[in-house]
Design a protein around this ligand. Structure first.
Ligand code: ADP
Length: 545
């Protein structure tokens, strides 16, 4: 059995060309593959579309034995299995929709001396609850034919993740039952906390971490002030800049999709709606036609997207505000998968925020906590849209736990974001005094109880809200000291202090969602804090409308 380094060998390249039909590795793929081939446990955090699958598929083909892939979504599983079999890589899945006859065939192949399957896909509930699958794994293990485990969407394992699935917690048994078999963990969304959880629950050893920047250098971000319904503006944009080019226009509601697609057709743009109100057959046809470039513009609700992998999407337009910054990142990120430039336009008006809040309220199934978390996410998105100063990439990536340097955005001329393009319009202002005052507030108030960033903003602004008054925080000497500043700007100073580790934040799990609290860093240093403000102006930019 091969245990050496493939680092300098041509075997990987050959496999990439001949078996997968690809010309070169994407960032980090080769490194992950090497680590995997040398039997390391791996933790891979890569953006969606980054090419995580190849990281385990190539080693699976190269090495003897069967690779077990655990994935939560059946639709994605059958998609992957079809793709692999089309490449003549024998793979199978054992989801509920496999016939008795087919599954018997699969078990038979797996029991052979040289198993006739390289990759076996399972859902987490199957691997922990199905007796026959456990016996099959035991058999493979005893014969030394269990090559590795791959756990896709591994953030589902942590309560800190946004998509916790109890079945995933059981996967700790993999290491207990099959101690020598390496484990590869894949995700496109994980904080350090989630990562630690994953390592503990799965009992990973000497983990090799592969964290790739979530920046999408080939996407150009722009926020546009939306006037009225903006149908003509959007139509003109598509016609003048994206004739015969593929794109997605996201709308808030099903009705909006139908209406806008109709309007587009009137204006001579070939477009079709796509939303959850249409039956599966119709949606499938529309999706296929779009994938095959039979028409170019799909007008969709967020129901459209999961598992969509069209490489040449040249624009993603948000006709209305997305529900969170993460959602915006994911949705705009469906553009430019092929690496060519893609344009993201957010048509923003505050009226849409009110509409979205109403829609959120109408969902009666959710708890009060969930609703509050939705509002909080939306608030962050509003502050993204209203921010005319900070780099759009920085503002998105900070939500994914990544600290991004805007100079990268500025240097990449073809896709510099709107705010970085306008950077000359702003000058810097020394806010050391404000920063010190904010630190004092945080220090004094976070001693005995947990406080959130928004609470600090309220105190500094002198807001007369119940939470502040009840806790008697209006008695603090800096209560109202920042009354003349705008809320966004106070938040920007606090975020800057967090980034510089002058302040700290931590997360606790209350109810269904984690809440982030703010504290002082024990080793606070003296620092000068500078932030941007409009040139030729004494105050800060006022973008609160
Ligand atoms: P992820 O799981 O990270 O979201 P996938 O593994 O599904 O991403 O890959 C996304 C797309 O990128 C797929 O169409 C895949 O074929 C393609 N891809 C992956 N690696 C490469 C590569 N080295 N060169 C070109 N295309 C690649």
């Amino acid at each position: 059995e091969f245990k050496g380094e493939y680092e300098h060998s041509d075997i990987l390249m050959e496999m990439l060309h001949q078996k997968f039909g690809l010309s070169s590795f994407r960032p980090q793929q080769r490194e992950v593959i090497n680590a995997s081939l040398t039997q390391h446990d791996c933790f891979v955090l890569m953006p969606t579309g980054g090419g995580k699958s190849l990281c385990y598929q190539l080693p699976a083909v190269l090495m003897p034995g069967v690779t077990i892939v655990i994935s939560p979504l059946r639709a994605l599983i059958s998609d992957q299995v079809d793709k692999l079999n089309a490449l003549d890589i024998s793979s199978a899945h054992l989801c509920a929709d496999v016939s008795k006859q087919d599954s018997n065939q699969i078990y038979l192949k797996l029991s052979m001396k040289e198993p006739g399957i390289k990759l076996l896909y399972l859902t987490p509930e199957k691997i922990t609850a199905s007796r026959i699958i456990i016996e099959t794994l035991n058999g493979l293990y005893k014969r030394g034919k269990l090559a590795r485990f791959v756990i896709d969407e591994v953030h589902c394992l942590s309560q800190w993740g946004h998509d916790f699935r109890p079945d995933y917690k059981q996967l700790g048994m993999l290491r207990t039952n099959y101690p020598e078999v390496p484990i590869i963990c894949l995700t496109a969304t994980a904080t350090k906390q989630v990562e630690n959880d994953v390592i503990n629950i799965l009992h990973l050893r000497n983990v090799k971490r592969f964290i790739r920047s979530f920046n999408r250098p080939n996407i150009k971000y722009q926020v546009i002030n939306k006037k009225g319904k903006a149908t003509d503006d959007i139509a003109n944009l598509i016609k003048s800049k994206f004739a015969k080019k593929s794109g997605i226009v996201y709308c808030l509601s099903r009705g909006d999709c139908d209406k806008l697609a109709d309007d587009f057709i009137q204006l001579n743009i070939k477009a079709k709606p796509y939303h959850a109100g249409m039956n599966d057959k119709v949606r499938e046809v529309i999706q296929r036609e779009w994938m095959q470039d039979r028409f170019h513009v799909i007008v969709a609700t967020i129901a459209f997207g999961m598992g969509i992998d069209k490489p040449d999407v040249r624009f993603v337009i948000h006709n209305s505000i997305p529900k969170s910054v993460e959602a915006f990142y994911q949705e705009s990120g469906r553009g430019g998968r092929d690496g060519e430039i893609s344009y993201s336009y957010l048509f923003y008006s505050y009226g849409d925020v009110t509409r979205l809040r109403k829609l959120m309220q109408m969902d009666r199934k959710q708890s009060k906590k969930t609703l509050e978390a939705h509002y909080e996410n939306l608030k962050q998105m509003v502050s993204f849209a209203e921010n005319l100063v900070d780099c759009r990439r920085y503002l998105q990536l900070i939500h994914l736990g990544e600290h991004f340097d805007r100079r990268i955005c500025i240097a990449n001329k073809a896709t510099t974001c709107d705010n970085c393009e306008n950077i000359d319009k702003y000058s810097t202002k020394d806010v050391t005094k404000e920063a010190k005052e904010l630190c004092t507030i945080v220090k004094d108030l976070s001693g005995n109880e947990n406080i959130t960033m928004l609470h600090v903003v309220d105190v500094y602004k002198g807001a007369k809200v119940k939470k502040v008054l009840d806790r008697r925080h209006d008695k603090h000497s800096y209560y109202g000291a920042g009354a003349s500043l705008n809320r966004n700007d106070v938040q920007r100073i606090l975020k800057e202090l967090l980034l510089k580790h002058i302040l700290n934040d931590f997360c606790t799990y209350t109810g269904e969602f984690p809440v982030v609290y703010i504290t002082t860093e024990p080793n606070t240093r003296k620092t000068e804090v500078v932030a941007t403000a409009p040139r030729n102006s004494t105050g800060w930019i006022d973008n609160s409308g």
